[in-house]
Design a protein around this ligand. Sequence first.
Ligand code: PMP
Length: 444
Amino acid sequence: MSSIIYPTTSFKATEQLILERGEGIYVYDNQGNQYLEGMAGLWCTSLGYGNEELISTVEEQMRKLTYSHMFGGKSHQVGMDLSDKLTEMVPVDNAKIFYGHSGSDANDSHIKMLRYYFNAIGKPEKRKIITRERAYHGVTVAAGSLTSLPVNLAHFDSPLEALGILRTDHAHYYHGAQNGETEAQFVDRITGNLEKMILEEGPETIAAFIAEPITGASGVIVPPAGYYEKVQAILSKYDIFFWADEVITGFGRTGNDFGSTTMGIKPDMMSFAKQMSSAYFPISASVIRGDMYEAMIDQSAETGVFGHGYTYSGHPVGCAVALKVMEIYQRDNIFEKAAKTGEYMQSKMAAFKDHPLVGDIRGAGMIGAIELVANKDKGTPFATGAVGGNIMKTCQDNGLIVRAVAGSSAAFCPPLVTTEAQIDEMFEKFGKSLDQTLDFVKKE
Ligand code: PMP
């Protein structure tokens, strides 16, 4: 047992797996065992491990300019080129980009920019942010308050009220439908609740609504058809920004360039990290509409600066890597290919529908989850996390890394470069593990 305090881990846990190296979509432990990385690390290693082009990019940039900050107008070409590339790619009008190094800090920057913007336009009371139940937006004090998972909130005394955080319904039909309502009735009810909340709070007090277009950590929830259309209409009606947290869904993950594209969202703000650099270097981006930026210019005149920035905002190595990653995405048609492989992956997942443990199967493109339940007919979840822990461990023993999310859902998010033959291998290993988990459940 080392002296590391492990992130998102029980304090009592001991080391479970010690990884030594990675190659393509496989990682190897210190005993030489091979694992297919079915989760792309933490939803991030889109181009797999050991990509020589990216390694050379890191090395070249390290030799050229190891570090530079971006305070006070200092810049570098790779940072400027990357922002040009991103503004060209994102569905945000005249996008402006603030760099950070993690998904959490990208969301923190957004909270601060929202405050700054509404102060600048003389609406300081427009400051509340609506998040959803079951949301995951990071773990810093501010972004962690937008997260709704109990494990991330309990015992931390998050300053929810001070931050003006409001919570509305999640869009998980499988667990949220009441009294046998149809998907359309479910959507009407939860979007009706959203509008009611806005009216009760006062639209003039609400700045933004944040959503992962398709969620990750809360079990890969894909909202029913029509949900985002209704949400977007309500937000437009009351002049509330749509803030898309695309930390997982950005860059080809859901069968399109962005999760917003897949779900028909027109965002005003977007958050990126993870696949932005295929995890070869930590970098994030907070994207806002150009007119928000324009409105903030005068406000900064008062103090002379926009007083927000990290030492590593726009780290040149991160920018160089992200720029190269974008080049590879476009040059090698990674998103188009992943869309095709994603369809194949969804069909392989669907084949598990009759398994006695499987309650629900969800996903889009190359992200998905298979939920294991105690009662298949009623969709009753398991009371504890033991079954989720078991499927994760059994898969690992069989050479496959998956992640148990939201209790007992096995999440799949392999690198975008995974081939159909490797998808076959992944679900062959998963199927074997699922049967072993069924034996475990029967013995319990
Ligand atoms: N937003 C979403 C949607 C995420 O999935 C995550 C991380 N899983 C974050 C924000 C936080 O990113 P980070 O862990 O890099 O702070």
